[in-house]
Design a protein around this ligand. Structure first.
Ligand code: HEC
Ligand code: HEC
Ligand code: HEC
Length: 111
């Protein structure tokens, strides 16, 4: 009986630690719908490049919500790039990541 209780406790703690990991790293990826091809945002790869620092993006660029508006598509991304907001905070010409111009297919993938 004691062994069963110990195993049960261990299992509960193990699953809690997995939930905890998810909570600390956010989602693995998010898919943003677009008529010209949906965009898969690898949240995991972006977190890695930010060296795990959530404050790089939250909450100054994005709230922690996949349903909040991104505010990126206006003027086919030119507005966000000029204002350095949303994805355009990094994805702009001569910025740390590729700009929208000439790179549509790096983000938009037709299904
Ligand atoms: C490179 C930018 C970036 C970094 C760094 C980042 N996130 Fe995010 N995160 C996003 C974006 C973009 C969204 C979606 C926002 C939207 O749809 O308006 C998001 C959404 C989320 C969500 C909501 C998921 C859902 O399904 O509603 C959570 C939770 C989250 N992030 C947690 C984290 C945590 C924890 C970290 C640090 C380990 C982190 N994020 C680092 C960009 C980032
Ligand atoms: C904090 C800076 C930052 C923000 C904000 C950011 N990115 Fe990135 N992103 C990068 C960097 C750096 C790379 C890799 C460098 C490159 O390929 O030019 C990258 C690469 C990518 C890639 C190529 C696949 C990959 O992950 O390696 C896609 C697609 C992408 N970003 C989409 C987005 C979208 C969509 C948003 C907004 C929801 C966004 N990014 C916001 C910095 C950022
Ligand atoms: C860094 C990734 C990225 C690049 C590069 C990119 N887009 Fe986007 N695009 C997005 C995301 C994410 C959305 C969804 C934005 C939102 O919901 O606010 C979007 C939305 C759009 C929309 C609106 C679609 C709809 O159904 O409302 C259009 C049009 C568009 N993009 C055109 C382009 C064109 C044209 C290019 C190349 C010149 C381009 N995009 C390059 C990520 C990107």
């Amino acid at each position: 009986m004691r062994l069963v209780a110990t195993l049960f406790t261990a299992a509960v703690f193990f699953s809690l630690s997995l939930l905890d990991l998810g909570a600390h790293h956010g989602p693995e990826k998010l898919v943003f719908k677009a008529r010209n091809g949906d965009v898969t945002f690898s949240h995991e790869a972006h977190v890695k490049r930010a060296k795990g620092d959530c404050k790089t993006c939250h909450d100054k660029l994005f709230p922690q919500s996949s349903t909040a508006p991104l505010n990126y598509k206006a003027g086919v991304h030119k507005v966000a790039e000029a204002k350095k907001i949303s994805c355009g905070a990094c994805h702009f010409k001569a910025g740390p990541a590729f700009a929208s111009q000439g790179s549509c297919a790096k983000c938009h993938v037709k299904g």
